[in-house]
Design a protein around this ligand. Structure first.
Ligand code: SIN
Length: 290
């Protein structure tokens, strides 16, 4: 089983063929995938049929898994799995994070050790009446976005730092009308605000990446609020220019694996119950950004 890596027609991403994620991965196949992951940042595997155990085993080849701070959405039997879904149980409680990906973000950037990567497996995907899949996910290359800045802007932001927080995301959800969004004391204790560099260096590829994101970056330190907001808005707009984006149209059985350092992503919420969307995600622990 040796993977064929086929680059996508976008600034990032590749499709991987010839791999059954339900089977153990030999060392040379693992190396090929790890290289492709570092090179293309987003890897798409189609037509997979995997159990939770197989999802976890495959993910663990790439690093240690972490339990998401939003503990209410962890899989009841496998806490390494974070459920992303609009489905509700008999008592009306969401079975998963129904608002994951609502804003451009990179996973867990509000933690001191932000996640290195994520592996999202699609089990139910909503459809329009004509059968067109809904609930696409967009990934953007923040390495390409950094490269696209002027030399002057690169100098200006080189040493800047920003505050990231889960509460910032929560405040945005509430301001946008999500009455059900709630954080409790356990969330707040596990995820106090943290500070990261605005420009992050990828520990493997050495590429420079813009690290601020709309969902989780609260402000740039050391400047007045209005200046910080204007600069953040300019950098967010740079990150999400159409030429840096890959848009994934989901099919049941897709697993998409991405590197959280040189990318951000956004889930398009263009569906509602009774159309069900149910995906399971593992998250790879990261390291201190530099
Ligand atoms: C996420 O942010 O990991 C979820 C993305 C999605 O729901 O497509």
């Amino acid at each position: 089983m040796h993977p064929e890596i086929r680059p996508l027609d976008a600034a990032i991403g590749a499709q991987v063929l010839g791999i059954d994620l339900g089977r153990p991965l030999e060392e040379d196949a693992f190396r090929a995938l790890d290289d492709a992951w570092n090179r293309y940042a987003v890897l798409v595997f189609r037509d997979q049929h995997i159990t939770e155990e197989q999802h976890i085993a495959f993910s663990r080849r790439f690093g240690e898994l972490e339990e998401h701070v939003l503990y209410q959405y962890l899989h009841p039997k496998h806490p390494e799995i974070f459920v992303v879904s609009n489905v509700r149980d008999e008592s009306g409680r969401p079975v998963g994070a129904y608002d994951a990906g609502r804003y451009w973000h990179t996973d867990l950037s509000y933690m001191a050790l932000p996640s290195r990567g994520s592996l999202l497996y699609a089990m139910e995907i909503p459809h329009a009446d004509d059968g067109t899949p809904l609930g696409d996910t967009l990934w953007t290359s923040t390495a390409a976005a950094y490269d696209g800045l002027s030399a002057e802007m690169k100098r200006r932001i080189e040493d800047l730092k920003a505050e990231f927080s889960l509460e910032n995301r929560h405040r945005k959800l509430v301001a946008d009308g999500d009455a059900a969004a709630a954080l409790d004391s356990r969330h707040k204790q596990s995820a106090p605000p943290v500070v990261h560099k605005v420009v992050r260096t990828h520990p493997v590829t050495g590429r420079r990446c813009l690290y601020v994101n709309e969902g989780q970056t609260a402000r740039i330190l050391g400047m007045p609020e209005d200046e910080s907001r204007a600069l953040l808005q300019m950098l967010w707009a740079q990150c999400t220019r159409p030429e840096y984006i890959y848009r994934h149209r989901w099919r049941v059985g897709d697993l998409v694996m991405w590197d959280n350092i040189p990318t951000q992503h956004l889930a398009i919420c263009d569906y509602a119950l009774p159309q069900r969307r149910y995906l399971q995600r593992t998250t790879l622990r990261g390291s201190v950004p530099f």
